[in-house]
Design a protein around this ligand. Sequence first.
Ligand SMILES: Cc1ncc(COP(=O)(O)O)c(C=O)c1O
Length: 391
Amino acid sequence: MPVSDKTFTGMSSSSWIRQMFEAGAKLKSKLGSENVFDLSIGNPVAEPPREFKNELLNIAREPFAGMHRYMPNAGYLHTRQAVARDLSQEFALDFNADEIVMTCGAAGALNVALKTVLNPGEEVVVISPYFPEYLNYVDNYDGKVCFVASGNEFLPQADEIGRAINKNTRAVIINSPNNPTGVLYSGAVLRDLASALKEKSLKFGRQIYLISDEPYRRLIYDGLKYPPPLHYYDDTIITCSYSKDLSLPGERLGYLAVGPGIYDKKELIAGMIYNNRVLGFVNAPALMQNLVARLQSVSAPVLEYERKRNYLYARLVESGYEVIKPQGAFYMFPKTPLENDVAFIEKLMSFGVLAVPGSGFGCHGYMRLSYCVEDRCIEGALEGLIKAIKD
Ligand SMILES: Cc1ncc(COP(=O)(O)O)c(C=O)c1O
């Protein structure tokens, strides 16, 4: 076999998102792509903001010497300073550049963070429904996932998480606003979670990190504000990205940030910088770092996504779907009218609609709809969704 056993196992249990992508390609060649309405992937169709294009042109017109060279593994100082300034303002905390490591997207940040804190066999609590790649990332470093189901309205249940934590637990991953549910965690939810983590850290005499995966932090609706987990728990590692708010997923830029009060900060950050290097990322893309340093104040297309959310949510509810109104990100997670979510997804495909079964996120009986797509696609998908629920 040309690949390792671990790779073979990983490839054979390919994710539902991937499977839907492949099924979609087949469906498009059968029905014609104009008759397929794909709500299966979180690949924003919004173009990057005008300011991004302007800065790209500026830098192309006036390149500076050395701008394509290697740099410190943590990233450019001026970019980290810009991120630290912006985070300080957003969270009303005092960040400095030394607390930031530029990474290849949130995916790169998560891998660096997990490699830095996990010993083989140690556990990471993942709350279902979850972003499925978390499982692969934990496995990359021979960690073990400990699944804890979310409670009412897909919110984390602090008491359940507390019960799941044991002497081998190293971290808990949260993601708010959430993929796949769109739910935003309130301050009260985070406070309860933080007290469970503090209690267990004391009990077991070691840091239990909260890894706060925040790529959707700037996509929040209804005028709500983001409650930063860092306000409630010092040992928080932030993983973030420009993939979603600036619509740059192909450019692979994100960052890691740790709070000013995190335990043994110097060694932790040195470990992250080392791992950014030895994982082979070396450093995050230079051109993008130079651009986002100038774009920290640029806002995400929140109103556009909010409009799409309002429309899709209203139409789903009036058609009889049960769904929690998302407060952020660009996903909805309705109950499937059939208990067997995979069977319902197949039914939807017969109407040319692609969605991902909740099973792919560790939550049967639901489906994820991504609405970061053109209105035409939402309209077409709704026709199929309405036919399918009537059927
Ligand atoms: C919750 C979550 N975390 C991390 C990522 C990875 O994002 P990036 O493109 O920044 O690597 C995604 C991408 O969809 C995501 O939804």
